[in-house]
Design a protein around this ligand. Structure first.
Ligand code: ZN
Length: 144
């Protein structure tokens, strides 16, 4: 049925709007674009956070990869061991009315921070290492 419909629209027509002037992709079809306005993941509470937004945009590369938590300063003094889990999603979400919370979610636990208090730290090659509240250190790696 679906293939008949495509055939009736002619070879090379847009699958979304049927126009013969373009082949459907999310960026060539004006009708698709007007019905699906692009949501910029780096905009939260009206502010733009390009560095954090890029991780959300590239989250496909990290989903299935590894999230490792070293704990905060207190955890380390108490002898907490590093724990690892598989990354399931990366989010940048509102935190209160005027800040944003960056979160990497995993199967067993999640790590994150308010972007005002966390950042990227130096670390081992192949990993992206973060530091948040109270010296909380954690890192993530792509799924390869
Ligand atoms: Zn179209």
């Amino acid at each position: 049925m679906e293939s008949l419909l495509k055939k009736s629209r002619g070879i090379g027509a847009c699958d979304f709007c049927g126009s013969p002037e373009h082949i459907f992709t999310k960026t060539t079809c004006p009708q698709y674009m007007s019905q699906h306005p692009k949501v910029d993941p780096s905009v939260v509470n009206g502010k733009t956070y390009p560095m954090w937004g890029q991780f959300v945009e590239k989250s496909d590369q990290f989903v299935g990869g590894t999230l490792e938590d070293f704990g905060d300063g207190m955890d380390r003094r108490l002898g907490m061991e590093n724990t690892q889990t598989k990354i399931t999603s990366i989010k940048l979400k509102p935190n209160g009315d005027d800040s944003a919370y960056f979160q990497v979610e995993g199967e067993d636990f999640s790590c994150g921070f308010d972007v005002q208090y966390g950042g990227i730290a130096g670390g081992e090659e192949g990993w992206i290492t973060f530091s948040g509240y109270m010296g909380h250190k954690w890192r993530m790696k792509t799924s390869e």
